[in-house]
Ligand binder design. Sequence first.
Ligand code: GDP
Ligand code: IMO
Ligand code: MG
Length: 429
Amino acid sequence: MPAIIVVGGQWGDEGKGRVVDLIARKAHVVARYSAGNNAGHTVINEFGETRLHLVPAGIFYPDKVCVIGNGVVIDPKVLLEEIHELRSRGVSVERLHVSSRCHIIMPWHPIIDRLDEELRGKAAIGTTARGVGPCFADKVARAGIRMGDLIDPEAFRERLSFVLPYKNAFLEKLYGAEPLSFEEVYSTYTEYGAEIAPFVTETAELVQDALERGEMVLLEGAQGGLLDLDAGTYEYVTSSVPSSLAAGAGIGIGIGPTQISKVVGVCKVYQTRVGNGPMPTELLGEEGDLLRERGQEYGTTTGRPRRCGWFDAVAGRYIARLNGMTSVALTRLDILDQYPIIKVCTAYRLDGTTTKIFPSSARTLLRAEPIYEELPGWQKDTRQVRAFEDLPAQAKSYVQRIQELLGCPIDLVSVGPEREHAIIIRPII
Ligand code: GDP
Ligand code: IMO
Ligand code: MG
């Protein structure tokens, strides 16, 4: 059985954790392949509400093998806190495996993340300040420390002896910040390494073996295409290497593209964004506040208010095509339940012309004005609906219109945050 990718279709926080928790029931392996603890995936099930930053959302099923693949960067303190929290709730983490190739977020990374943002001033990205960007930068600069180094005290001493003076030079000379002490970093991080070591393995082998046995592998993406380093609204993007797009999943887990059979894009029925950068359909003032309050749109990782707006089908189709989405899981239909009129952006007005092409430059996108189509709202509660045909007629038309605009079939409509709040049109697995 081949692998299925669940990928974010907007600016992140589309409900990937919720969708993975729902469909993982029929998978054997659930794996994260990119990003770090900038991601925050909320799952509400029999264990209550959990916000996962690193552990895949399949962890709640006792029989699933969960993998943190080589494409993920790990803050060991955050991983251990997550493991402890899961254990304290009675969730077994015995089947969690972490790649020895994961890069480690070291204490200088969050410091540099914050100082970099200060230096950028008005042009700040609005990062999650978790050190993820500087860690990926070090990965590419070949100045990173990997999980395999961290769990081997001798290798770690050798690597830190090279990397720390280099990083301290940056901290002191570039940012005017205090240097970090070798012994403090070494002793704290060797303790983390010792506690994580039992989870560390060659995860690519594990996933490849599972695929060879014909088992179903579910690959859980982080962020969304509009935040991708290449495809997104650069420079207001995240930093994952490999990409936040589906194409990055194979590299981030260690399998080839021929082993992937489906790409499921998760999209909200409206648009949100955390952090800075252009967002053509953003609703400002009272309209934006209303949607934020109805949707309780506050960041899972940082608690920051999310910017809210109408569904942007220009951006949606752009990301659907870049990911080669085979289907879409649409979330948060219930949040639009009370609106009399719902708008969808079908094109942009840009420099006197009308376009359906998503511009490559953030500066150009800033000038794009949304052209809206208005659809009638349903003004009925949808949270208890479990079959597509039982949705109010206007809600069905809205979903069908989004399907048409994205050019991709919708397999699942989520009508609430809990596992059972779902309309399964076609089973994904
Ligand atoms: P992720 O990063 O893509 O996993 O998404 P987040 O967990 O950061 O944010 C999605 C939020 O929407 C979470 O609070 C979910 O509990 C919630 N959610 C997901 N699907 C639905 C839905 O259909 N309706 C409602 N009301 N909330 C949802
Ligand atoms: P999930 O997986 C929403 C955003 C940040 C910022 C930009 C760069 O939960 O969907 P970074 O800390 O990555 O350098 O910040 O990217 N961002 C996210 N926004 N959901 C996420 O992940 C995000 N991960 C990063 O807000 O705008
Ligand atoms: Mg999130």
